[in-house]
Design a protein around this ligand. Structure first.
Ligand code: AMP
Length: 394
């Protein structure tokens, strides 16, 4: 059989998402989700060939969950053997300074991912659980870790280093690692392919519940908005994005808040949620349509931050050829795209209003032929990028 597939696993603290992908065609052969691991009630949802199988049962741990997934592949199809799975690709959020590309997982790679837990406390422990059970249940398959930070590992020093005391920064590994790198890499490569040229100055706007922007020159990332953690940068669903760190000192001294409380406030109770009460952009627009001034102000803050970053990154690159929108808001929110693009008219951005407002399934160019910058809406596909990167090592 000529087709080869990769099983992509995204293991979270209480969930496992998976997808079986043909990295050459980009086709997804099956996908699914194990939910509420460790809860009294749990569920496994497996999708294949238009059919959806749901098993409602408690899932005590990741090992049980993945074993059930493998059983579902046997029972409901596609058979992993017949699909010719040649690798398992694992999403890993934090690769620190250790990984600038995918890594074939062995004990020493596991140890390095463990060492990076302090830099990725919410994600890396959950990824390690997924990796451990996958190695145990599929011992004959090569397992590959694909890091969210890898695309940004080669950021120029001027972009990666903070103006923080060098000794402290280096001792505690404080630098800008970025995040969403797999998405930024996938989208920027697809745009280069679509435009038929590698020599491009690109800005990719990954606007989802988490949001980040990257500047990419000739296929290499030169800037990105997320930093030591995903808190830095754009205004997000629940995160502040950029904020003066002295706000932390102030809240400790004046409000008597603890570090954990402030962490929660900045990462979960701020952004669109903290500004409007609604985390989901669709709900924010409903508020605006009903005349809510706070919600309108919040969109202004959101778009203003985007205008600042696009301007700054264009300056960093000394120009801009392609601007691309991806992820939940980037792919679906025509109003956010329009508001930003109108404010980029000074750069020569011109969009076709009708094309921007029309929803299409795949990629769509929304700039006019006269626009100096090609503006595209491009659906991200991190799983496909993980599968492709895994294939490079098997
Ligand atoms: P993601 O993190 O990429 O899955 O994006 C999720 C976010 O996308 C949601 O929280 C919404 O804010 C946003 N979103 C999804 N669909 C739409 C839509 N049709 N219009 C505006 N925002 C949307």
């Amino acid at each position: 059989m000529s087709t080869r597939t990769v099983l992509v696993i995204n293991s979270g603290s209480s969930s496992i998402k998976y997808q079986l992908i043909d990295p050459d065609s980009g086709d997804s052969l099956a996908s699914g989700l194990v939910e509420r691991i460790g809860d009294a009630v749990g569920a496994i949802i497996h999708k294949h060939d238009g059919a959806r199988t749901v098993i409602d049962e408690p899932v005590p741990d990741h090992g049980f969950g993945l074993a059930e997934v493998l059983r579902l592949f046997d029972q409901e199809g596609p058979s992993l053997k017949e699909a010719n799975v040649v690798a398992v690709g694992h999403r890993v959020v934090q690769g620190g300074s250790h990984f600038s590309g995918p890594a074939l997982i062995d004990d020493s790679v596991v140890e390095l991912i463990e060492q990076l837990v302090p830099l990725g406390p919410l994600h890396n422990p959950a990824h390690l659980k997924g990796i451990a059970v996958a190695r145990r249940l599929m011992p004959d398959l090569p397992q590959v870790a694909v890091f969210d930070t890898a695309f940004f590992q080669d950021l120029p020093e001027e972009a990666a280093r903070y103006g923080l005391n060098r000794e402290v920064a280096d001792r505690y590994s404080i630098r800008r690692y970025g995040a969403h790198g797999t998405s930024h890499q996938f989208v920027s490569k697809e745009i280069a392919r679509r435009l038929g040229r590698e020599d491009l100055k690109q800005i990719v706007l990954h606007l989802g519940n988490g949001a980040s922007v990257s500047a990419v020159v000739d296929g290499h990332a030169v800037e990105t908005s997320m930093g030591l953690t995903p808190l830095e940068g754009l205004v997000m669903g629940g995160r502040t994005g950029d904020i003066d760190p002295a706000a932390v000192f102030h809240l400790v001294r004046v409000a008597g808040m603890s570090i954990d409380e402030i962490d929660h406030l900045f990462n979960r109770e701020s952004g669109m949620k903290g500004l409007t009460g609604q985390q989901d952009m669709r709900e924010v627009w409903k508020l605006i349509d009903a005349g809510d001034q706070d919600a309108r102000d919040a969109i202004d803050v959101y778009v203003h931050r985007l205008v600042k970053y696009v301007g700054a990154y264009t300056a960093v690159m000394g120009g801009l050829d392609a601007l691309t929108f991806t992820a939940g808001i980037g792919e679906n929110d025509a109003r956010v795209r329009a508001e930003l693009c109108h404010r980029l008219a000074y750069l020569g951005v011109r969009i076709d209003e009708e094309r921007n407002a029309t929803r299409v399934e795949g990629p769509s160019t929304i700039s006019t032929p006269e626009s100096s910058i090609v503006v595209t809406v491009y659906p991200t596909n991190e799983e496909l990028e993980i599968a492709r990167q895994a294939m490079t090592l098997v």
